[in-house]
Design a binder for this molecule. Sequence first.
Ligand SMILES: [Zn+2]
Length: 434
Amino acid sequence: MKRQVFLPLFLLVLFAGIQTVWGEEIRVGLEKNFKNRAEIAVEDTSFKLSAGSKEYDIALGSTLFKPFDKVYYDTGLKFDTYSEAEKARVRFTGSSCIPVLKNEGWGIYLNLGAKCDTSAMTKITTGGNCVVCSVNGVNRYLVDASYSARVRTADDRVDLGKGEYRGVIAFYRDNGGLTAINMIDAEKYLYGTVGMEMSPAWHIEALKAQSVAARTYAYAAHESHKHGVYDLCDTTHCQNYGGIAKEEPTVIQAVNATEGEKIYYEDELINAVYFSSSGGSTMECEDVWYEDIPYLSSVPDIFEKETDNWSETFTKEHIAAIVKQKGFDIGKIKDINCEYLENGRVKAIVITGEKGEAKIEKESVRTAFTAVGNMLNSVNFKLNKNEDGTYTLTGKGKGHGVGMSQYGAKGMAESGFSYLDILKHYYSGTQIHS
Ligand SMILES: [Zn+2]
């Protein structure tokens, strides 16, 4: 489930080569398997390669893309295709050289120490976006342009081994490594996302509600994603995205049935946060994230039939570790108490020590527990002080509790409500349209 980040809007770092016309295409950083790698393989034996507006058919076999920095002589020669550049290499017999795709088309770079007249050639250092493309262990060509190397295939599926993706894969160089960025139509991105955020076996109206929420989140998030070179990552930080492997017929049906529809509050895209289950009612946004957002108010979650019930026990040593991680110095732990909101959710945990008191509140009530394992499932819990000096938290629900409850949406759908009913219930006062 995605975590919400409230960051001020800031200018996206413009990255030449991964430009997009927003609204049609999303740039997804494939962080799960292809972030900052020494090499990334395109398993397809033929594909279309570009580093600018022109595209070239390459059919040399499965290809490894690797970051590449080296000093060469640029011969200044120009060719329309890779094959022409490859054929022209014979004129440098005896000297090592390599075809290169540049801004204006193909050329040839010559190794330093070449046994031919280089007096009219320019010495250049590759870098920036430069990658070397290697087939069967042999470096066959470079891509050294202002734009990143990009690959797509005729059947709209690029196979990167650990994942297969529709649209274009761009190879972005960062920190000496290579990160694959999937430039994909927004609707097709949702094909690979919705089923990872909600079970594809759930009621179609729930899947449609999830599709609209995920679409809204994706469109709104590009303004605040910290990475800059892409709009979203493929992890729970944004929304889970699994590419073609995670597409399911029910998900495609739900995405298609709601094509382009997004959620608005006063003509602005909303922050379409969602979570697994609430155990009775959703949370007021400001009780979790310090910010009052009118469409994220607490609403009853009465159709939620399945709720996570959970229980965890902690020792005073655990509590001490949490307090320390939070930067408090209150000495030996003496006692713990909870402050509750009107709806019974925990507003704050107050820990009393020999030297003072530590108060952990709002979203931190859940996240502080990562210091000793995982974050708490929810703030919908009761605290029990055990005779042996330990503390047991017994709770219901899973997730931050703000926005749409997914199990609640499932229950509403099964009770005959439409996806529009569901979305309007959880996102108060909103409108849904393309
Ligand atoms: Zn992210």
